[in-house]
Design a protein around this ligand. Structure first.
Ligand code: SF4
Length: 543
């Protein structure tokens, strides 16, 4: 950090490291992070826990530091959602783990896809979910198998490092970076540089909470940049050419906030340095007193964009960013990449829609065979829990599409509901969940397809299992937040949120909790009404 301090302290002690030389921990999380860097748990997993088993894991590693390597205990089966808030954490812990594999930029090689599929089949009861942050999550992982899983992942260049925890999480990137004909700029070199230089760097391994990054040079704004802690959004500068517009402070969950523009233009080469400046501000000035106020969005809300930019330039960069234009509104139309689309090199990219991101290991292996037969070696994951196969030669497209469709992955035939519905992990595996999500969303998609077979307008339906917002309920056309209704599974409804062209937070319908079994009826009613009342070209969020 530079010598001159510009930033003012918070009105009370918020645990900001920049103003507390002693860095006295103000809560249990800050204490365990100060006691030992989360990254150091790897040695104990390899040398002790994997050999002596689940019971040997120290509690602060089990429920704390193991996240730094992508590991969460999963929920003990059979505990209903009503007990989530009343049981002690150890009563919810199963002896199995969720393991999150980070896929920066959503990019996977054919070999990497195969290895994840094999690990899923061999060690994870064939579970695998594509998340809305372009990761792949496996379940039923035993601590005994973790070192072997790491060995296999790392042999092909994959990692679980800082996939969870108070760290810089996976870096989102456009799924069609480097191939799309209408791309403003390819952000891939910046994503790679940040991942290679700073993921696992102890300088950034103790942040106040998680830190999310998005970098996309697509005019379609396809990485949900508005809800990331820092985002670099492709823009054409009238003087300097293509580069990025800098956004900070977006995040959902409780107290959702969309990111704000700093009005600053960042060249591709400057992105890693500017990124370290923003994450440095978060580390040093972020609020650590309460977990509920420890995201960057609270600091940005208190400081405002102007002061944040002054601190970034004056204390961290030591140079001034150029002013830059706002990105133009994205083109209308879908931006989920599903379907067959031309690349700029004459090949095609083929986007497929697994239902709510469910891609069991045996399916991943079949997809890998299809990708190989199509002559491609590159796969990308999307922030809508979908996948894209790049570099498909024109004469290989039809066979690939046919193969994907035969495996239940809609390309040309995916309904608007299959394309637009997402669900978080929910009560099947998540210890915070109150209700079921994945299976219910899958059922919902099937119901809507049979009840509304001709409805083809873009619509997003996102299901969460609790008030956190892992499936971005506040930015969906129809957001469904798990909440018990009369002791049974139900959902609170948020309507009219959006990203990109319709960027904004949905309205909460207070007092309404739709019981789970009435969900198809409710969504059908809302969708029919929209279809009857909408004007030509009107989107759900504009209705
Ligand atoms: Fe778990 Fe809640 Fe996140 Fe769903 S939204 S994965 S239930 S924490």
């Amino acid at each position: 950090m530079a010598q001159t301090r510009i930033a003012p302290p918070a009105a009370r002690n918020e645990g900001q490291w920049a103003f507390d030389d002693a860095r006295e921990p103000l809560n249990g999380n800050e204490q365990f992070k100060q006691d030992d860097d989360g990254l150091n748990v790897r040695a104990r997993i390899e040398e002790v826990y994997s050999k002596q088993g689940f019971a040997s894991i120290a509690p602060e590693d089990l429920r704390g530091r193991m996240r730094w390597w992508g590991l969460y205990t999963q929920r003990k089966p059979g505990i209903d959602g009503g007990k989530t808030a009343t049981l002690e954490p150890h009563e919810l812990d199963d002896e199995y783990f969720m393991l999150r594999v980070r896929c920066d930029g959503g990019a996977l090689t054919l070999e990497q896809l195969r290895v994840i599929g094999e690990i899923s089949v061999e060690f994870g009861r064939s579970t695998a979910d594509i998340t809305d942050r372009q990761n792949i999550q496996l379940h039923w992982i035993r601590v005994e198998d973790v070192p072997e899983i790491w060995r296999r992942l790392e042999a092909v260049g994959l990692s679980t490092q800082e996939a969870c925890g108070d760290t810089p999480r996976v870096i989102l990137g456009s799924p069609v970076a480097g191939v799309a004909a209408d791309e403003i700029i390819d952000g891939t070199p910046a994503i790679r540089a940040i991942a290679e230089r700073y993921i696992g760097d102890p300088a950034f391994s103790n942040l106040p909470r998680k830190f999310k990054t998005a970098i996309s040079g697509s005019p379609h704004q396809d990485v949900a940049h508005e809800i990331n802690d820092v985002a670099f959004v492709g823009v054409e500068h009238p003087e300097f050419g293509p580069g990025f517009d800098l956004w900070v402070g977006g995040a959902l969950s409780t107290n959702p906030k969309l990111g704000v523009r700093l009005g600053a233009f960042v060249t591709l080469e400057q992105v890693p340095e500017v990124w370290t400046g923003v994450v440095g501000i978060f580390r040093d000035y972020g609020y650590r007193r309460l977990r509920t106020r420890a995201r960057l969005k609270f600091l940005v809300a208190d400081w405002g964009a102007e002061l944040f930019r002054q601190v970034l330039e004056g204390e961290y960069l030591g140079w001034t960013l150029a002013d830059g234009p706002a990105p133009p509104p994205p083109p209308t139309g879908r931006r989920d990449h599903v379907g067959v689309h031309p690349q700029r090199d004459g090949n095609f990219y083929v986007g497929a829609a697994p239902t709510v991101g469910r891609t069991p290991g045996d399916l991943l292996l079949r997809i890998a065979d299809l990708v190989e037969a199509a002559g491609s070696t590159r796969i990308r994951l999307t922030v809508e829990q979908k996948l894209v196969v790049l570099d498909v030669a024109p004469d290989k497209v039809d066979a690939l599409v046919e193969g994907l469709e035969a495996n239940g992955l809609g390309v040309r035939t995916a309904s608007t509901f299959r394309r637009g519905t997402m669900a978080c992990t929910g009560i099947e595996f998540c210890k915070l969940a109150i209700v079921e999500t994945k299976a219910r969303a899958t059922h919902l998609v099937g119901e809507l397809e049979s009840r509304l077979p001709t409805f083809d307008q873009p619509i997003t339906i996102n299901l969460n299992g609790c008030p956190n917002s892992c499936a971005r309920i506040q930015t969906a056309d129809i957001g469904l937040k798990g909440a018990l209704a009369g002791g049974e599974d139900g959902y609170q409804v948020h309507l009219g949120g959006g990203l990109g062209l319709t960027s904004g937070l949905g309205k909460t319908l207070r007092g309404l909790r739709v019981p789970a079994e009435e969900l198809p009826d409710y969504i059908e009613r809302v969708t029919r009404r929209f279809d009857e009342q909408r004007t030509e070209g009107e989107l759900f969020a504009q209705w």
